[in-house]
Design a binder for this molecule. Structure first.
Ligand code: SAH
Length: 404
């Protein structure tokens, strides 16, 4: 096999030896026979083996590493790595049939995401090499999981950086007749063809459960329904989960009409809105910043506020602007929490560290003139592991705050 060889500059091999999976153009001395989307061997300045990975000259991350061993990346490798990722989810307490099976770099398969939604697997190929392997991956996934339907949702912005357009469609099996219904305790309708990401925010599953637990505790000590402001609600996730165990009056806000339509279906499916219990689920299509200001102007208060915005910083250069956005939202949110109530606040910007996020939230708290305790640090669910060698994998961070 005439596999390409990529020589790393002297002194620039350290991150590779520490098993960071990304190699940027600045670290590369020379590339020979390296074709975009193909396998390459990485060597140091003395031509000693470093790692095996794949190449794309169009990307800023010119090589991504698949193995630090001198082994072939063949059918056997693929079977081994996919089986490892899938098997590691065996003991998972997902409360149902929807969870992430392959978390890209964090499962040591850079560029590949696979989520399970009931009888469907949804695959996302983020890089050119993975794009070229998707037929093989689809076959192996069917064999290893016994799930026959594989749908592709490779329509993420990151593909443009690889010189790739979107690729969406059925890879194996059949399309769902309608929406796919999943369970994580509560039941949700998922639109795998048009929904955000691969259809649903699986990463927030444990945080939805944490909210449901808190709401359950609160309901034990009061006969009144609890109030919840669910900002950036998407298809209702947090409010549906909170209402699963009791009586909640939820106000849900999102700018997307399609998301709110699905939220309505999800509330109905979970028996929400039963007047007898004093439950309600209001759905409001609005800009979150505007709506929060409106709530503050009207001096509204809620027992629980959830703030789960989209990614504000796509890269380090947008950190400051993003910080202002997070601060603005959190400042309003703090003003709306009932004494002794809770704020669950998140950032999914990889460029904003947990430490920085906490500082931003603290500064909003100070401006709001309130006090708060960190009841819990929040992160992505256990089916979204983070490789210790890949800190970039920890994109979702959150705080559960008790506010006084
Ligand atoms: N909490 C949700 C996920 C939220 S994702 C869950 O658990 O499923 C972020 C959401 O913010 C998306 O649904 C998107 O439509 C919405 N959004 C983005 N910008 C917005 C804005 N300016 N105002 C209101 N909603 C917005």
């Amino acid at each position: 096999m005439t596999e390409g060889v990529v020589r790393i500059k002297r002194g620039r091999e350290k991150p590779i030896r520490k098993r960071h999976p990304w190699v940027f153009s600045g670290a590369i001395a020379h590339a020979e026979n390296a074709a975009d989307g193909d396998l390459v061997t990485l060597v140091d300045h003395k031509n000693r083996f470093l790692a095996r990975g794949y190449w794309n000259s169009k990307s800023q991350i010119q090589a991504r590493i698949l193995s630090w061993r001198d082994e072939p990346i063949d059918a056997g490798w693929w079977r081994k790595m996919l089986a490892r990722a899938i098997d590691s989810r065996a003991g998972l307490d997902a409360g149902g049939d929807a969870y992430r099976l392959v978390n890209a770099e964090n499962d040591f398969i850079p560029g590949l995401i696979v989520d399970r939604y009931g009888d469907w697997l949804v695959l996302q190929a983020l890089t050119r090499y993975i794009d070229g392997q998707k037929e093989r991956i689809a076959d192996l996934l069917r064999e290893l999981t016994g799930i026959e339907n594989v749908y592709e949702r490779s329509d993420v912005e990151a593909r443009a950086k690889e010189g790739l357009g979107p690729a969406v469609g059925l890879l194996r099996g059949r399309m769902p007749a309608d929406l796919v219904e999943i369970s994580e305790g509560a039941r949700f309708q998922v639109d795998i063809a048009r929904g955000h990401k691969t259809g649903f925010y699986l990463d927030q599953r444990e945080n939805r459960r944490a909210l449901a637990d808190l709401v359950g505790d609160r309901l034990e000590s009061t006969a009144e329904p609890v109030s919840l402001l669910n900002i950036f609600c998407y298809t209702g996730g947090f409010a549906v989960a909170a209402g699963h165990f009791g009586s909640v009056r939820a106000v849900n806000v999102d700018s997307s009409y399609a998301a709110l339509e699905l939220a309505e279906a999800n509330f109905a499916r979970n028996g929400y809105d039963a007047e007898a219990h004093g439950e309600s689920a209001e759905l409001i299509q609005a800009d979150a910043f505007d709506y929060l200001r409106h709530c503050v102007d009207e001096a509204m208060t809620f027992d629980f506020v959830v703030l789960d915005p989209p990614k504000f910083a796509r890269h380090k250069g947008q950190t400051q602007r993003a910080a202002r956005g997070y601060k603005d939202l959190n400042l309003s949110a703090f003003k709306l929490v009932e004494e002794g109530g809770y704020l669950m606040t998140f950032s999914c910007s990889g460029a904003i560290s947990r430490e920085l996020f906490q500082k931003i939230v603290f500064s909003a708290l100070a401006d709001a003139g309130r006090e708060a305790q960190i009841a819990r640090q929040l992160s992505a669910a256990a089916d979204h592991p983070v490789a210790l060698t890949f800190p970039e994998g920890e994109y979702l961070k959150g705080l559960m705050l008790r506010v006084y």
